[in-house]
Design a protein around this ligand. Structure first.
Ligand SMILES: Cc1ncc(COP(=O)(O)O)c(C=O)c1O
Length: 387
C-alpha cells in the first residue's frame, strides 16, 4: 500500500459495535472484567488503550517497524529508549542534536552511570570507530540536524558501527522529516523515534512522541519500559495524533513546496548571507540527500546580514510568520535559535556550532507561498536601501 493510503487506513478500525469510520476515543482509565482471572487485551490505560493502539498500528506501518509505542511527548519516547541502557553502558551521539535530548543525555544519563560521547561529525568513520568502546551499546542519530540542516549518512554510520559490534543499537530521531521523507529502519536503524508534536500530528495542538522498533525482541523491551515508567500517551492525545497523521503525506508535500520557494527567494535576497535547506543544490551534501531522503522537508535556516540588535525588529514586523519554538505545524513559524531553542547552550558553544544571533530558522507551514514570501519581503524591506 502507498503511504497516502496507509496513513489513512492503518490501524483505525477499532469500533466493532457501530463500525464508525473514525476511531472512537476510549476515554477510560480502566476496563472491567466479567470473571476473575480473565485476561483481556486491554485492562488499564497506562498499559494499553484501543485508541492509542490504533495510532501505534498506524505509525508502525508508516515506518516499516514491528511495533510502535505512542508516548506522552518526544522526550518520553527518548527516555523510553535511553532506559534500554544500564549503568556502565556507553552511548555515542553527535553534538548537533535537539537541545532537550542533549540535556537528557548530558545531565540525566550520567546520574544513572551511563557514559555519553558527543562527537562532532558522525559521518567521520575514523572518529566514530575510535569512539566505540567495549561498553558502547547505542548510537543516537538525528538527521537533518537542527538548526543547520546537516545530514548524517545513516547507512555509513550503520556499516561502521555494526562492523565493530552487531549488537550496538542504532537509533534515529526522524522528527524533522517524518516517514514520508525518510525511513531510518529501512536504512539499517534498529529503532526510530519521533516527537509526534511536530509533523506527524501537524496541527500544533498536542505534545506527543513515538518509539518504533524493528524487531519483536526490542518491542517487548520498549513496551516494558513505557508501561513501567508510565510514559504512554493519553487516549484523547492519541486520537488527535491519529487524526493528524491521515493528512501527513498531503501536508509534507505542501511544507516542502513552500520551504523550497522560500529558500529560493532568500537565496536571491541581498540581505541574506547564506541559506541552509536540503532541497538547494548548493547544499554540500546534496548527493547524499538525494540518496537517503525521499524529499527535502519543510525546515530551513538562513543567516541575515543585519546587526544583532535589529533582529528583534525583523521578527516583530512579520505578520504571518509567528515567532515560536516547535515546528511541523500547518502554520509557519520562525525562530532565532540563539535566543530560543539553543539559549541553554553557552555563548561559546553556540558560536562554535554556527548558531549566531543572525541565524533564523523557519518551519514552513502550508499557507500560500506568495503570502509567506511577501511577508518576509515586507519585513526585510525596511532594512535594505535598494531591495
Ligand atoms: C528533533 C526533536 N526531537 C525530540 C524533540 C522533543 O519532543 P517533545 O517536545 O515532543 O518532547 C524535539 C522537540 O522540539 C525535536 O525537535
Amino acid at each position: 500500500m502507498n503511504i497516502e493510503t496507509s496513513a489513512i487506513h492503518n490501524g483505525i478500525y477499532k469500533d466493532t459495535e457501530y463500525s464508525s469510520v473514525s476511531t472512537p476515543i476510549y476515554q477510560t482509565s480502566t476496563f472491567s472484567i466479567s470473571e476473575l482471572g480473565e485476561q483481556k487485551e486491554f485492562d488499564y490505560t497506562r498499559s494499553g488503550n484501543p485508541t492509542r493502539k490504533a495510532l501505534e498500528e498506524n505509525l508502525a506501518e508508516l515506518e516499516n517497524g514491528y511495533e510502535a509505542f505512542s508516548t506522552s511527548s518526544g522526550m518520553s519516547a527518548i527516555t523510553a529508549v535511553l532506559s534500554l541502557l544500564k549503568t556502565g553502558d556507553h552511548l555515542i551521539t553527535s553534538k548537533e542534536i535537539y537541545g532537550g535530548t542533549y540535556r537528557l543525555f548530558s545531565s540525566i544519563a550520567p546520574q544513572f552511570g551511563i557514559e555519553v560521547s558527543f562527537v562532532d561529525n558522525l559521518n567521520d568513520s575514523e572518529v566514530l570507530k575510535k569512539t566505540i568502546k567495549s561498553n558502547t551499546k547505542m548510537v543516537w542519530i538525528e538527521t537533518p540536524s537542527n538548526p543547520l540542516l546537516k545530514i548524517v549518512d545513516i547507512k555509513l554510520v550503520q556499516k561502521t558501527v555494526k562492523e565493530i559490534d552487531e549488537k550496538i543499537l542504532l537509533v534515529s530521531d526522524n522528527t524533522f522529516l517524518s516517514p514520508y521523507f525518510q525511513k531510518p529502519l529501512d536504512l539499517g536503524c534498529d529503532i526510530v523515534i519521533h516527537s509526534t508534536t511536530k509533523y506527524i500530528n501537524g496541527h500544533s495542538d498536542v505534545i506527543g512522541g513515538v518509539v518504533i522498533s524493528k524487531t519483536q525482541e526490542l518491542s517487548k523491551k520498549v513496551q516494558y519500559y513505557v508501561n513501567c515508567m508510565g510514559l504512554a500517551s493519553a487516549p484523547f492525545d492519541s486520537w488527535l495524533v491519529l487524526r493528524g497523521v491521515k493528512t501527513l503525506p498531503l501536508r509534507m508535500k505542501a511544507h516542502e513546496q513552500n520551504a523550497l520557494k522560500i529558500a529560493n527567494f532568500l537565496q536571491n535576497h541581498e540581505l541574506v548571507e547564506e541559506v541552509y535547506y536540503p532541497g538547494l543544490q548548493t547544499h554540500p551534501q546534496y548527493d547524499l540527500i538525494k540518496k537517503q531522503m525521499q524529499g527535502f522537508g519543510g525546515m530551513l535556516s538562513f543567516k541575515l546580514n543585519l546587526e544583532a540588535e535589529k533582529m528583534n525588529e525583523f521578527f516583530k514586523s512579520l505578520k504571518i510568520f509567528q515567532a515560536a519554538v516547535s515546528l511541523g505545524g500547518v502554520e509557519s513559524l520562525i525562530a532565532q535559535p540563539w535566543s530560543m531553542s539553543h539559549a541553554s547552550m553557552s555563548e561559546q558553544d553556540r558560536l562554535n556550532a554556527g548558531v549566531i544571533p543572525q541565524l533564523v530558522r523557519i518551519s514552513a507551514g502550508v499557507e500560500n507561498s506568495e503570502d509567506l514570501i511577501n511577508d518576509l519581503n515586507q519585513s526585510l524591506k525596511s532594512f535594505c536601501c535598494c531591495c
